[in-house]
Write a protein of this length. Structure first.
Length: 130
């Protein structure tokens, strides 16, 4: 029980922070802008979602309310999945560490594969859910 309470105390503030920023995003970002970039289920929408998630830094569980807010603004289901897959797998700090450990060629291959697989998964999911 002590471990559960410890994890709750550790994760709950991060989740609240994600919900807070998602709420701000819903009010600030125009629906047309989000829908033009990641609306629908095109290759470009899924690729933009994957690359932007790879460049963002999501704390644990903060990606869920942020992506929920983006779906309210017109993000497609495929791009949402692409973002949910690429976000936890990559971030700028993560890429720096991978580059130092694996060397640039291998790091570039790893990063490219994560983005590619997230993009393809989003395309397949989006077409199945349509």
């Amino acid at each position: 029980m002590g471990e559960t309470w410890f994890l709750t105390r550790q994760i709950f503030p991060l989740l609240l922070m994600g919900v807070f920023f998602a709420g701000i995003g819903v009010e600030v970002l125009p629906k047309e802008f989000v829908a033009s970039l990641v609306g629908g289920n095109s290759l470009s929408s899924n690729l933009i979602a994957s690359v932007s998630a790879a460049l963002m830094y999501f704390s644990t569980l903060t990606e869920v309310p942020i992506i929920k807010a983006l779906t309210l603004l017109g993000m497609g289901e495929g791009p949402a999945l692409s973002m949910l897959l690429a976000g936890p797998a990559l971030s700028l700090p993560n890429m720096i560490v991978i580059n130092r450990i694996m060397k640039p060629k291998r790091a570039a291959l790893y990063i490219s594969l994560v983005v590619l697989i997230a993009t393809i998964s989003g395309l397949v999911y989006g077409s199945l859910m349509a």
